[in-house]
Design a protein around this ligand. Structure first.
Ligand code: BGC
Ligand code: NOJ
Length: 827
């Protein structure tokens, strides 16, 4: 069953009923001002940091769900009837409803009783404000008197404190309202250490306003039935403490067929610390006023929206493909790329599942997000790399998370996740391959515990961090956890509520991770290529030797016979072995060891992939572990805390699936790789939305596994490394368009049913027009299959660049500005 459809041309997903299984959300903002918005206008906004600078309040896990939002109410002043044109929060049945989620904007349209309305929400590029453009049309044969009310509830900036510290917060709230009532300023704590405030402005003369929540709602009433709306008049309330809100009341007289437009702005502004006030206690508006005046003008709104569309359109222009599969096209051309950008912006901070308080910027998360977004915005990727490296320690270890506003590491969680530093190597490698900008390697970047080194030095330390921490089998020690945050082999927790991630209470220097071993070989080889490229062959050779040695250790101690082991626990017992009663096979080492080149070409990799297919694959994707743990294992940690089939305990943890797709592609198995791709492709799952339940346009972190009662049900959509890795798997390995240090490789591993595909790729200032087709007649220019990555012969039999055949599959560089035709013939 579907709840909407894709509008491919407009790059929108169109939701046609408001009661989706869960709120289906979108993101607003491309620079510093961000928000989430659901298909019924729920959500909230923040400036740069969803925890420390939250503008509006959102009630996670509320009933009814998705409460707190960018609310609008319409009231027919002749009858007193009122409704929300976005359905929530009034939830009156509407005659028509449609939500269009686009690239960083959302438009919700509806009509009731001959009054139609459209609310468009977006953040103009470069601005720290969001625009709500409301259009109301009278489709009745007679004139209509309509009242429109706006509503936001302000958060008192620090979202954690806002949700807990009521003894203080009920007394701190302060607002200012301009003389005409059109601009409401939220200035809680501005009197003391804050130099920032929020504002909520309206383009039309107002009949009234409210800034105290209870005055607007009335005692004991909810957002679904505000007293002010019911009676058709605001209370002109000024908040002193309690809960500051912003609401405008605009009266609209509409002739038959007439449309009126009202613009609301919700914004963030700062003043210099020594110039905060224009009179004692009064906000200095000299800087913000011109901004408000500008954006309240409908012409400016038009231009701002056009500018936003130009920006997003340009970003997606980095890669556009035309394959025989519509769902692949949708994801690659629009939605997966967009999700990559959103994960890059948000890391794991604000979503329907991430409260914006808990996790901020994850180190490994943000490094992996780079893999999917670097081609979209190389300049910002560069800055991000520096920020991430600056949260490293001189040991090469890294803070597991940091706050975007302060860019400092999060002490509460600390470090000791032994995989973390290695992801930085992959992120930087992706940046270098995309841009060729080797200057970044020579930049000095500080360590968070003092001192500094070049970025090149940071990467060396990242790798050394693993080599300095090897266990009894010569395999990397796992520390608190590796990629799998829930495999806590040095944490023996019997205390409810204790953090599995930070309780490292029994570290014996024994627990080892085969996953990190695979990641190390991958990162060491990537680094060796970089070192070689910048004229440091000794470093290259030394890390290549380390990778070889690690490979040997994995084959000797990390191979279980039919698949790669997962780990050794605190007692030196294998985890993820046929010898275990539960948790026999894990997906992570199968994908990662093969990506690291371990066992490729000698039958080991193909055996591991066969085991994945036999033991882990379901129609809804590949599960993380089988059999899942049916009881709590103190020696394994959080993984066994989840009911079987959920999260790390045997769900289809989507982030890991593309590793297997890549491994299959490396083994030359185009059918298998694409088959796995489609099993979790959200667009391909649109028709089973009642099972999948999450948004059909973005990946979710997990899909419940075969052992779960709700097999096939997705959760935790949007902010997941799944976005970046699936983008890499489909574009770089299946379609095979892979940036490398020496040029753009085009080495597809396509499913056998595809005759080919075409693509346009922007790469280092050059536009590559790529056409891939299967060799169908002997007369085609054919040759020997090109040598490929690993030991598997490529599908490619010929590459023709601007009419000239070339050797191999790497298209050499051309002058920036050029357009190059690349024809690729495959077997
Ligand atoms: C979740 C993981 C997450 C970890 C750290 C666990 O409860 O299952 O997916 O990475 O918490 O926040
Ligand atoms: C979610 C975390 O954000 C990510 O870093 C981790 O790798 C996965 N959970 C798996 O535990």
């Amino acid at each position: 069953m579907r709840y909407g459809h894709f509008d491919d041309e407009r790059r929108e997903y169109v939701i046609t009923r408001p009661d989706t299984p869960v709120p289906w959300i979108n993101y607003l903002g491309t620079d510093e001002f961000f928000g989430i918005i659901s298909n019924t206008a729920g959500g909230y906004s923040a400036y740069r940091d969803a925890r420390l600078r939250r503008l509006t309040r959102y009630r996670y896990n509320n009933v009814p769900p998705d409460y707190g939002g960018r609310y609008l109410y319409l009231r027919d002043d002749a009858t007193g009837e009122y409704w929300s044109p976005t359905w929530q929060p009034v939830r009156r049945d509407l005659d028509a409803y449609e939500c269009r989620h686009g690239l960083s904007y959302t438009a919700i349209s509806s009509s009731l009783g001959g009054i139609s309305a459209q609310a468009l929400y977006f953040v103009p590029p470069g601005q720290t404000l969001e625009v709500w453009r409301l259009r109301v049309t009278n489709e009745r044969p007679e004139a209509a008197e309509i009242s429109a009310f706006s509503f936001v509830e302000f958060a008192l900036w620090d979202a954690q404190d806002d949700a807990t510290n009521f003894q203080r917060n009920y007394s701190t709230g302060e607002v200012e309202v301009d003389a005409a009532g059109g601009v409401i300023y939220h200035k809680t704590e501005y009197r003391e250490r804050r130099n920032h405030f929020a504002y909520f402005a309206c383009s039309e003369p107002v009949a009234g306003f409210d800034t105290q929540r209870e005055a607007f709602l009335g005692a004991y009433r909810g957002f679904d039935a505000p007293l002010a709306v019911q009676r058709g008049a605001s209370g002109d309330s000024v908040a002193h403490g309690w809960s500051p809100v912003g609401s405008h009341h605009v009266r609209l007289t509409l002739a038959p067929g007439q449309t009126r437009e009202v613009v609301f702005l919700l914004g963030y502004s700062e003043n210099p610390r020594d110039d905060k006030f224009s009179a004692p206690g009064v906000i200095n508006k000299s800087r913000v006023q011109p901004v408000i005046d500008h954006w309240l003008d409908p012409a400016a709104v038009e231009a701002g929206f056009a500018a936003l569309q130009a920006v997003t359109g340009d970003v997606l222009g980095a890669l556009q493909v035309d394959t025989p599969d519509v769902d692949t096209n949708r994801m690659v051309n629009v939605w997966n790329a967009y999700q990559c950008l959103v994960t890059f912006n948000m890391s794991r901070s604000m979503s329907s599942y991430e409260s914006g308080i808990g996790r901020g910027m994850g180190f490994r998360d943000s490094c992996q997000d780079l893999l999917g977004s670097v081609q979209l915005d190389p300049a910002r990727a560069r800055d991000r790399i520096r920020d991430l490296a600056a949260t490293q320690f001189a040991s090469g270890g890294a803070f597991h998370q940091y706050q975007p506003l302060t860019k400092t590491g999060n002490d509460a969680i600390g470090s000791g996740f032994n995989d973390d530093p290695l992801w930085l190597v992959l992120g930087v490698a992706a940046y270098l391959k995309e841009t060729g900008d080797a200057t970044i390697l020579n930049e000095q970047v500080p360590f968070s515990d003092g001192g500094q080194a070049t970025l090149y030095g940071h990467l060396q330390r990242s790798l050394r961090y693993t080599l300095d921490r090897l266990g009894p089998h010569g395999l990397p020690l796992i520390g608190r956890a590796d990629w799998n945050d829930c495999l806590n082999l040095n944490c023996f927790s019997e205390t409810p509520g204790e953090s599995f991630q930070t309780t490292e209470n029994l570290s014996g220097g024994v627990a080892e991770s085969i996953f990190i071993a695979g990641l190390f070989t991958l990162a060491a080889r990537e680094f060796a290529d970089i070192a070689y490229h910048c004229g440091r062959p000794a470093d290259a050779n030394s890390f290549r030797a380390d990778a070889e040695k690690m490979t040997g250790n994995v084959i000797e101690h990390g191979w279980d016979g039919d698949w790669f082991l997962r780990a050794y626990d605190h007692y030196g017992n294998p985890v993820g072995s046929a010898a275990n009663a539960e948790g026999q096979v894990f997906i992570e080492p199968q994908g990662m060891c093969i990506m690291g080149g371990i066992g490729v070409g000698n039958g080991v990799a193909t055996r591991a992939l066969a085991s994945v297919r036999e033991r882990l694959a379901t129609p809804h994707g590949i599960m993380l572990v089988q059999p899942p743990f049916s009881e709590y294992h103190v020696e394994l940690g959080e993984i066994s805390s989840y009911p079987p089939g959920y999260k790390e305990n045997g769900s289809v943890f989507c982030h890991t699936n593309p590793w297997v797709m890549i491994a299959e592609a490396m083994a030359g198995h185009g059918d298998a790789a694409f088959d796995y791709y489609q099993r979790i492709n959200p667009a391909a799952r649109e028709a089973i939305s009642e099972v999948h339940r999450c948004e059909p346009y973005v990946y979710a972190q997990m899909i419940a596994g075969a052992d779960a009662a709700t097999h096939g049900e997705a959760k935790n959509s949007w902010l997941t490394g799944t976005a970046a890795w699936n983008f890499v798997a489909i574009t770089q390995w299946i379609l095979g368009i892979r940036p490398e240090l020496d040029g753009l490789r085009v080495d597809p591993v396509l499913p056998s049913a595809w005759p080919g595909y075409s693509a346009t790729r922007r790469f280092r200032g050059v536009t590559y027009q790529i056409a891939v087709r299967r060799r169908d007649a002997p007369a085609e220019p054919a040759g020997q299959p090109a040598a490929s990555h690993g030991h598997v012969p490529s599908q490619v039999t010929g590459v023709i660049v601007d009419g000239q055949p070339i050797e191999g599959t790497v298209v050499p560089f051309a002058a920036p500005g050029a357009t190059i035709r690349v024809e690729v013939i495959i077997r």
